[in-house]
Design a protein around this ligand. Structure first.
Ligand code: PXP
Length: 242
């Protein structure tokens, strides 16, 4: 059954706008779980622009479902993950000047190092998920690193301007999922998914988990986190569910 990972980064973004103590991302995670989240995701960025080290420590202790640590494949973050032991780690590209993660990681760029990162994390019992675009060379490289998971970048689908373009991007994601499964990978997806565009992605055969942040936190500001998560689960499983 397809699951929902709720990314709570932007709860921390609001807190950091004033460098204060509220809103509390840990409380948001508890409420997301009450609303039906199957997992909680947080991205500890190198520049600590939203999630802080104390947040991931507290999430590790309090999350009752599973905790997915999103991180760059750097020595600093690998050391933190080895200490923290999240339920799995999603490895993403990171550039300081970007507003959000802008694309999938290019696994061909630094392949040997990426293999070592998988060895370190999975050797310590932390399954690795590579955040990549649904392109054959990336899928093949992901499998060769020995990682258990990939997360398909759904940004091009989410940003499609026309229905034809959106349909084409959906086909790319569907085919990518099939290829990845044939290579022995487990498949998640995320980025830019909303209440309006999630349903077709949720129908892709073999898809295991969707990681969604901005859209859920945006709705949570207005209607509360529990309800926002409940409504996203409805949108995943019923066409025009919300
Ligand atoms: N998956 C990954 C790997 C991401 O980097 C992000 C954004 O932090 C998401 C999912 C969630 O994207 P959004 O906030 O657009 O739902």
């Amino acid at each position: 059954m397809l699951t929902l990972g709720v990314n709570i980064d932007h709860v921390a973004t609001i807190r950091q706008a004033r460098r204060t103590v509220e809103p509390e991302p840990i409380a948001a995670a508890v409420l997301a779980e009450l609303g039906g989240a199957d997992g909680i995701t947080a991205h500890l960025r190198e520049d600590r622009r939203h999630i802080q080290d104390r947040d991931v420590r507290l999430l590790r202790e309090t999350v009752q479902t599973h905790f997915n640590l999103e991180m760059a494949a750097t020595d600093e973050m690998v050391a933190i993950a080895l200490d923290l032991k999240p339920d799995y780690a999603t490895l993403v590209p990171e550039r300081r000047e970007e507003v959000t993660t802008e694309g999938g990681l290019n696994l061909l760029g630094d392949f040997e190092r990426y293999c070592r990162v998988v060895e370190q994390l999975q050797g310590a019992g932390i399954p690795v998920s590579w955040f990549i675009d649904a392109q054959a060379p990336q899928l093949e490289a992901a499998a060769k690193t020995g990682a258990q998971f990939i997360e398909l970048h759904t940004g091009s689908y989410a940003n499609a301007k026309t229905e034809t373009q959106q349909q084409r991007e959906l086909e790319v994601l569907t085919k990518g999922t099939q290829v990845a499964i044939a290579l022995g990978l487990r498949v998640n997806a995320g980025h830019g998914l909303t209440y309006q565009n999630v349903y077709p992605v949720a129908q892709i055969p073999g898809m295991e988990e969707l990681n969604i942040g901005h859209s859920i936190v945006s709705r949570a500001v207005l209607v509360g986190m529990e309800r926002a998560v409940r409504e996203m689960k409805q949108a995943m499983f019923q066409e025009s569910g919300v």
